[in-house]
Design a protein around this ligand. Structure first.
Ligand code: ATP
Ligand code: MG
Length: 413
């Protein structure tokens, strides 16, 4: 037996209605805000993620699915996230000189070689949005409110918005030194990963899940106390805007985000009751990204929302029962002529927009009726030789058991 790859999933037809329902809400909400759907390739040159996501990140160092392209020998990676590809696409498609802001959304699968567990898989599904061309905190508030709108429309409760500002090129260096001197004092107690992060990416020490590191992190200096004037003013404006929009939040200095391109405002939506992988949505501002990929200086703000974690939260809160549309009609047939008639009727009704099935296995009448029940058909029609001869049959309403006579060639339901 060949099995699926560890950390991937089969989404069977009993689950897809829930996915489609959620995706529908994501699309509708994004389009209300004027975001357009973008589709970029599933794989890209590895260099894009090394430069875009950052070569010191876990994603690039440990988690990417990277391989040599067969004929050209260059290094290719399956996308571990969506932002770098969108930034590349706007540069490549000449959008950087268009009217700003540019707003894109996507629903994609991403690939990361992580340890599979509840809410963490190796192929995962993400709703992402990216906005380019505004440094104004009104754009941060807009992006955050879009994520909040999706969560609200899904009916999710107990999902808290955590916001922080991690500063810019101006204020980050001083904060970085303050952070390094703090952690240096506890160097012996840090986990091995954090010991290497201390040189390369000290901000990441703040969100290490190791209990010892976490405790040391709670004593660390806070980014929000080291912001330059401009970052502080922007963060204040963001808070005021969220207040005005009626979006609740907490300021949380442990939110630093995993990828290198973030600057300024960062945020996460965290769900209670779904275990350790509780960040259902994460995002922030990435003002240096487009430039670092060879484009002009163009600021950006976006987020990624994990569908499987949203579904875990929906299940936890009993919100996952999405009714799927029941078939309108099942046509049961006895004998060859009736089977052909059943195909003909089914085809006519489907062309009229109905969901319709008939026997295509050649089962007994009893087995056919059992099948009609199983699929939950609203009506059934039974046809045999005498019905074909008369051109009429009894249409049975499966909900109330009533029957009415219909003309085989013209009836509608
Ligand atoms: P985490 O802190 O959980 O590792 P991250 O910071 O690596 O997340 P992002 O790259 O910002 O995550 O991705 C955005 C969202 O995508 C996350 O908030 C989460 O909902 C989802 N996500 C990320 N990685 C996975 C994964 N391996 N499996 C399932 N969902 C994921
Ligand atoms: Mg991660």
């Amino acid at each position: 037996m060949i099995q699926k790859i560890k950390g991937t999933m089969d989404i069977m037809p009993n689950e897809t209605p829930l996915f489609r329902y959620i995706e529908g809400i994501m699309r509708e909400e994004a389009e209300k805000y004027g975001y357009g759907e973008i589709r970029t390739p599933t794989f890209e040159n590895t260099e894009l993620f090394v430069r875009g996501v950052g070569d010191t990140t876990d994603v690039v160092q440990k988690e990417m699915y990277t391989f040599q392209d067969r004929d050209e020998g260059r290094s290719i990676s399956l996308r571990p996230e969506g932002t770098a590809s969108v930034a590349r696409a706007i540069i490549e498609n000449g959008k950087c000189s268009d009217t700003m802001p540019l707003k894109y959304y996507y629903i994609i699968s991403c690939f990361r070689h992580e340890k599979p567990q509840a809410g963490r898989s190796r192929e995962f599904f993400q709703f992402g949005t990216e906005m380019f061309g505004s440094e104004n905190p009104a754009s941060d508030a807009t992006a955050i409110s879009l994520a909040a709108a999706v969560i609200r429309r899904l009916g999710l409760k107990n999902v808290k918005l955590h916001i922080n500002s991690i500063g810019c090129k101006e204020c980050r260096p001083a904060y970085r030194s303050a952070l390094v001197s703090h952690f240096e004092k506890y160097k012996d107690k840090l986990c091995d990963t954090c010991k290497t992060r201390l040189d390369k990416n000290p901000l990441r020490l703040l969100d290490c899940k190791n209990p010892d590191c976490h405790e040391i992190a709670t004593l660390a200096p806070k980014t929000t106390e080291h912001l330059c004037e401009s970052c502080e003013a922007k963060f204040d404006m963001l808070k005021k805007s969220l207040d005005a929009m009626g979006i609740e939040y907490v300021v949380d200095s442990s939110i630093v985000r995993g990828l290198d391109y973030y600057t300024g405002a960062v945020f996460e939506f965290i769900a209670e009751g779904i275990g350790a992988q509780s960040t259902v949505c994460g995002g922030g501002r990435y003002d240096g990204l487009v430039e670092s990929l060879g484009g002009p200086k163009l600021s950006g703000i976006g987020f990624g929302m994990g569908l499987t974690r949203i579904i875990l939260a929906m299940k936890e809160q009993g919100l996952d029962n999405i009714p799927s549309e029941a078939p309108s009609l099942y046509v049961a047939a006895l004998g060859e002529a009736a089977q052909i008639k059943a195909l003909e009727i089914s085809e006519r009704l489907r062309r009229a927009g109905k969901i319709c099935e008939c026997d295509i296995v050649g089962r007994s009448l009893k087995a056919q009726m059992k099948y009609a029940n199983k699929i939950g058909a609203k009506y059934t029609l039974i046809i045999g030789e005498s019905e074909i001869e008369a051109g009429r049959a009894q249409l049975r309403n499966m909900q109330d058991g009533t029957q009415s006579e219909v003309q085989l060639d013209s009836f509608v339901i």
